[in-house]
Design a protein around this ligand. Structure first.
Ligand SMILES: Cc1ncc(COP(=O)(O)O)c(C=O)c1O
Length: 417
C-alpha cells in the first residue's frame, strides 16, 4: 500500500508515537515501571468530585440524554465557554466573552490547529515557522506540522543555583525574530523540564511578539488557575495578541479530551472552523462535568487545595530521592517549579540518553530520552543526548523503585567512561 507524504508522516518514528506505544504496552502488561508518560495521577478528592458531578448529571432530567444525543456547536457548548470566560474575567480581569473561547478535543489538537494556522505555507508562497524561544520543549509539538519541519528553536542559557540543580532561561541575545516567524510558543510550566518562565521572560516575549505582529502562544496545560501544578509565583497573562491554551487533562480528566483555547475572536473562529471540518463538534463530556465547577470557581479552589499540594509534595520527594541516589556524580536536576516531571541532566555521560533508555527498558523502567524534546534545534548540541524525563505522577513506591534503578544504570554508565 502506498501512502501520501501526509500519510507517511503519521507512520514514521515520531517521538510521540514511541511514547504512546510504550505507555500503551506498560498499561497492557502492567509489569513495567512507567515513568515515561504524561498521565496525571488519580487524586481521590478530584475523582470523587467528578463522580458526584456525573451522578448529578444522570439524575438531572434529560441532561444525560442531551449530553450524549447532541452535537454541540463547533467551538464547544456556549454555556461552558461563557463560564470559562467569566471565571477568567473574575480572577484576572481579562476582557473575555464566550466568543474568546473555543474547545478542542484535548489541547493537543489545539496545537495542531494553531501551529498549522501560523506556520507552513502562506498565500504569497512564503514558508513560516513557529519559534520556540527555548528548547527543550514539549514532545507533542514536534510532529504536528503538515508542511514538514515547522519549528525553529534556541538553546537556553543555563543557571546553576547550587545544590545540584540547574535552571533554563530564554537566551534573549540569541533570539532571532524575522518575517519567517509566524508565531512564538512556550509551555509554562514546561513539559519536560518543570521550568516556569519568569514574569520578566514572559513579558519580554509578549512585547516581542506584539512588536512583530505575531501571536505568542502560551501552553498552560499545567498552569493557573487550573490545574495549578505550579510551585513558584508566576503571573498569568493574556491579551489580544496572546493565545492561551488550557486543558482539563491535568485537572484529572484526560479521558474526556477537553482543551480550551483563549484568544481573540478571529482566532477562535478559525478553531471553530477546524473543529467543524475535522470533528463536526468537540466532545462535550469534560465541559459537562466541569461546567458547574467553572461557574462557581470551585475548579480553582480544588486546584489550589488538592492538586498543587499533591504534586508539589511528590516533586520534592522525588527530587530529594534522586539527588541523594546520584550524589557525587556529574548529574543535575532541573529545579522542579511545576508540571509532573523531573528533568535529569547527566553531564558528560559516556552513553547517549537513547542507550540509557534502552537499558532501563530492559530493566522494566520506562522514561523518555531527552533528544525528542528539542524540535527545531540544529543538531550538534551534546546536551540533547544527556537528559531524560522522569514522571513522578505514579504512586511514591513505584517512583522510588524506578528512581533506584535509574540511578544504578546512570552510575554504571559513568563507570564505563
Ligand atoms: C505541555 C503540554 N501541552 C499539551 C498537552 C496535551 O494535553 P491534552 O491534549 O490532554 O490537553 C500536554 C500533555 O501531556 C502537555 O504536557
Amino acid at each position: 500500500m502506498e501512502l501520501s507524504t501526509f500519510g507517511r508522516r503519521f507512520s514514521a518514528q515520531a517521538g510521540i508515537l514511541t511514547l504512546m506505544d510504550d505507555l500503551g504496552a506498560a498499561l497492557a502488561t502492567g509489569n513495567q515501571i512507567m515513568l515515561g508518560g504524561g498521565n496525571p495521577a488519580y487524586i481521590p478528592a478530584i475523582q470523587q468530585r467528578c463522580r458526584e458531578r456525573m451522578q448529578q448529571l444522570l439524575a438531572d432530567g434529560n441532561a444525560f440524554e442531551r449530553l450524549i444525543g447532541d452535537y454541540c456547536s463547533p467551538a464547544g457548548p456556549r454555556r461552558f465557554r461563557q463560564a470559562v470566560a467569566e471565571l477568567l474575567r473574575r480572577e484576572y480581569g481579562w476582557p473575555l466573552t464566550a466568543d474568546n473561547i473555543a474547545l478542542t478535543n484535548g489541547s493537543q489538537s489545539a496545537f495542531f490547529y494553531l501551529f498549522n494556522s501560523f506556520a507552513g505555507r502562506y498565500d504569497n508562497g512564503r514558508m513560516k515557522k513557529i519559534l520556540l524561544p527555548l528548547a527543550p520543549e514539549y514532545i507533542g509539538y514536534a510532529d504536528v506540522g503538515i508542511d514538514g519541519e515547522i519549528f525553529t528553536s534556541n538553546r537556553p542559557r543555563i543557571e546553576f543555583p547550587g545544590n545540584g540543580r540547574f535552571k533554563y532561561h530564554v537566551d534573549f541575545d540569541q533570539l532571532k525574530i524575522d518575517t519567517d516567524i509566524g508565531a512564538i510558543c512556550v509551555s509554562r510550566p514546561t513539559n519536560p523540564t518543570g521550568n516556569v518562565l519568569t514574569d520578566n521572560e514572559i513579558n519580554r516575549l509578549s512585547q516581542l511578539a506584539a512588536a512583530h505582529h505575531i501571536p505568542l502562544i502560551i501552553d498552560n496545560a499545567y498552569g493557573t488557575p487550573f490545574p495549578n501544578i505550579i510551585f513558584t509565583a508566576a503571573t498569568p497573562i493574556w491579551n489580544e495578541n496572546i493565545v492561551l491554551s488550557l486543558s482539563l487533562s491535568k485537572f484529572g480528566l484526560p479521558g474526556t479530551r477537553c482543551g480550551i483555547v483563549v484568544a481573540r475572536e478571529e482566532i477562535i473562529r478559525v478553531m471553530g472552523g477546524m473543529n467543524a471540518i475535522f470533528n463536526l463538534s468537540p466532545t462535550a463530556l469534560g465541559a459537562a462535568l466541569a461546567e458547574e465547577m467553572m461557574r462557581s470557581g470551585e475548579i480553582i479552589e480544588l486546584s489550589r487545595r488538592e492538586i498543587r499540594p499533591f504534586y508539589q509534595a511528590k516533586a520534592e520527594r522525588a527530587c530529594q530521592t534522586l539527588a541523594h541516589l546520584l550524589r557525587g556524580t556529574d548529574c543535575f536536576i532541573h529545579v522542579p517549579e511545576g508540571a509532573i516531571f523531573l528533568w535529569l541532566w547527566m553531564r558528560d555521560l559516556p552513553i547517549s540518553a537513547a542507550e540509557l533508555y534502552r537499558r532501563l527498558k530492559e530493566r522494566r523502567v520506562v522514561v523518555v530520552p531527552g533528544h525528542y524534546f528539542f524540535p527545531g534545534l540544529p543538531a550538534g548540541w551534546r546536551h540533547c543526548q544527556e537528559c531524560i524525563r522522569i514522571t513522578f505522577a505514579p504512586d511514591d513506591q513505584t517512583v522510588a523503585a524506578g528512581l533506584r534503578i535509574i540511578a544504578e544504570e546512570v552510575i554504571n554508565a559513568y563507570r564505563e567512561g
